[in-house]
Design a protein around this ligand. Structure first.
Ligand code: NAD
Length: 254
């Protein structure tokens, strides 16, 4: 059981945009950001899930809006930034988190699946960072968070296109952090095995194999990733940039 201890007002005055906010890690981060005092712009291709995230935030007394966004469309990411600025004046945390992929080896993976993985899980991160950094540099700076993965660091069988995207996200993060310090920080969150609907497409034998190799002997709740994300988004993490932070129950150490 995971206990959440949101730090009151740690993100007060922050405006946080997060993609993939309708489910899993994105929803948990949106809720946590709001619980720590941020105003949140939750973006997702799923209207139902995105609105449910915003409803959960409002029910707890937080402030949030939903913007329907297909992150594959740059114009919709432009509209997301504009909506956030129109609603709240500025953006100082932009969290690229949306994800879609089919997990296969390169033999079985189609070019179409590869292209879609790259559009959602890499190209959109790059374009989101591009417009957010440009905005932040003229508005007192900010933070780009990119949800990466333990697969940014090592190989796991059966994740060809996904692993390409996650490796590149860590490189993108380093590049952003190096190019735009000190005004903008960039940090990749690298989760291990987190219980979300993303696992629906993974064969049960793969899930079992992964679970057995985690020293913590369990997968994590999305809220555990959100607790880390809130710290990384905050000014307390001001010296953390151009790097990844791993949250994996010790998986990578095995
Ligand atoms: N769950 C894990 O074990 C795990 C491990 C490592 C990394 N991650 C990463 O965490 C992030 C969140 O994954 P999750 O596990 O919460 O998955 P999830 O499937 O629960 O959530 C993904 C969200 O992305 C949204 N999305 C998909 N395509 C979109 C599009 N074109 N435009 C906008 N939104 C879109 C979905 O609607 C969904 O709400 C991903 O980047 C994933 O790679 C997850």
């Amino acid at each position: 059981m995971f206990f959440a201890y949101p730090v009151k007002d740690r993100l007060k005055g922050k405006v946080c945009v997060i993609t993939g906010a309708a489910s899993g890690i994105g929803r948990a981060c949106a809720i946590r950001y709001a619980a720590e005092g941020a105003r949140v712009v939750a973006a997702d291709i799923s209207v139902k899930g995105g609105e449910a995230t915003v409803a959960a935030i409002k029910a707890s007394g937080g402030e949030a809006i939903f913007q329907h966004t297909d992150v594959c469309e740059p114009a919709q990411l432009d509209a997301l930034l504009t909506r956030a600025i129109d609603a709240y004046g500025y953006v100082n945390v932009w969290h690229n988190n949306a994800f879609k992929s089919v997990f296969k080896t390169i033999i079985d993976q189609t070019l179409e699946e590869f292209d879609e993985t790259m559009r959602v899980s890499l190209r959109a991160y790059w374009y989101g960072a591009k417009i957010a950094v440009t905005h932040m540099l003229s508005h007192n700076g900010g933070v780009i968070l990119n949800t990466a993965s333990v697969q940014s660091y090592f190989g796991e069988p059966g994740f060809s296109a996904y692993q390409c995207a996650k490796g590149a996200i860590l490189s993108l993060t380093r590049s952003l952090g190096v190019d735009h310090a000190p005004g903008v920080r960039a940090v990749a969150l690298a989760p291990g095995f987190i219980h979300t609907p993303a696992h629906d497409g993974i064969p049960p034998e793969t899930i079992e194999r992964v679970k057995q190799s985690i020293p913590a002997s369990r997968g994590a709740a999305p809220e555990e990733v959100a607790a880390l994300a809130a710290f990384l988004a905050s000014d307390e993490a001001d010296y953390i940039t151009a790097t990844g932070v791993i949250i994996d129950g010790g998986y990578l150490a095995m």
